[in-house]
Design a protein around this ligand. Structure first.
Ligand code: 13P
Length: 343
């Protein structure tokens, strides 16, 4: 492990207050989203969509790193330029999702454990050659009837620790994503308690597994009531709970936190990030940024619908969404910025 390489990559990813774009949907997730829009679920349509994203003019004004998927990191534009070259040319660092998805955990009802450790050392070497300088692994923790169990939390964190160690060995920055899902009717306090438990377990295990905290990025959920909860909290309440939860659970040695959006609307995810900065800027020992997937892409995907004629407008929506997130990351977002997106 070259600690300096890891630290330099993190500085570059977030330079100029930029954030990350998650465009690493697996084939099955991508197909589900395409099916919903009536877009054919083919390799070529997925390629076209990813080309739309990476060639969006001005994407590099707000995005310092893009997380790709195994299929995407090997794809090219219609003119034959590898997506990784397009990104690097724009000053956007390519990253790669390396987990193989969350699978039902044997012996546990409805809880999942993320797979993908076997052969990971070799895969990381290949991804490095393809241009990836950081990686992502997502663990999912659900809140529900008796969940999460200690077993599911521990199994997922064990995998995250071993993944992070392998990344750091290869001089690849691990993005560590223990996502507490928004599904369910739990309240904000419950999300807080579970997230704190998960993060505290994670950082204890990371010390056991000798993870170099200064060479990792944490990608957590915000603290939000479940989608089906009858009580939904204000933007400021979410921001305050999120900051308090992170302050009590995440060591200051971690250089950067980049939130997932997790099913929040683009406007909510942006407003929450903004409030975290406007209200609590002086209390944050880390870089606090975004690594949104749906909250950046959804308006553009809705507009595109698989049609060539819509590419330019979809790119404009993607660009404007990332500008909103950049503003939020600086605490300078104003809801009036949304008007540009509907003009
Ligand atoms: P969402 O922002 O859509 O949650 O995606 C982020 C991500 O990378 C999930 O693994």
């Amino acid at each position: 492990m070259d600690k300096q390489i890891l630290k330099d990559t993190i500085v570059q990813l977030f330079a100029g207050s930029k954030g990350l774009l998650a465009m690493d949907e697996s084939t099955s997730t991508s197909n589900k989203r395409f099916a919903f829009e009536g877009i054919p679920q083919t390799v070529e349509m997925r390629r076209k969509y990813r080309e739309l994203i990476v060639t969006t003019p001005g994407l590099n004004e707000s995005i310092g790193g893009a997380i790709l998927y195994d299929e995407t990191i090997r794809q090219q534009t219609k003119d034959g330029i590898p997506f990784t070259d397009v990104l690097i040319e724009a000053g956007i660092i390519p990253g790669i999702k390396v987990d193989m998805g969350a699978k039902l955990m044997a012996g546990f009802s409805d809880e999942k454990v993320t797979e993908g450790l076997d052969g990971l050392r070799e895969r990381l070497q290949e991804y490095r050659k393809l241009g990836a300088r950081f990686a992502k692994w997502r663990a999912v923790i659900s809140i529900g009837d008796g969940a999460p169990t200690t077993g599911a939390i521990e199994a997922n964190i064990h995998a995250l620790a071993r993944y992070a160690a392998l990344c750091q060995e290869a001089d690849i920055v691990p993005i560590v994503e223990p996502e507490v899902l928004m599904n369910g009717s739990h309240d904000l306090e419950h999300c807080y308690a579970i997230t704190a438990q998960v993060l505290k377990t994670l950082f204890y295990q990371f010390s056991v597994y000798k993870i170099y905290l200064e060479g990792m990025i944490l990608k957590p959920n915000m603290i939000i009531a479940g989608i089906e909860s009858i009580v939904q909290n204000s933007v400021d309440e979410v921001a305050e709970a999120t900051v308090n939860c992170l302050l009590e659970s995440v060591p200051a040695a971690v250089p950067a936190i980049a939130f997932l959006s997790g099913g929040q609307s683009p406007e909510d995810a942006t407003a929450h990030l903004n409030a975290i900065h406007t209200k609590f800027k002086n209390r944050l020992p880390w870089i606090v940024s975004f690594s949104f997937g749906r909250a950046i892409q959804q308006p553009a995907l809705d507009k595109w619908k698989g049609e060539e004629a819509n590419v330019e407008q979809a790119q404009r929506l993607l660009y404007l969404r990332t500008k909103c997130d950049l503003a939020a990351r600086r605490g300078e977002y104003d809801a009036s910025m949304e008007k540009q997106l509907i003009e």
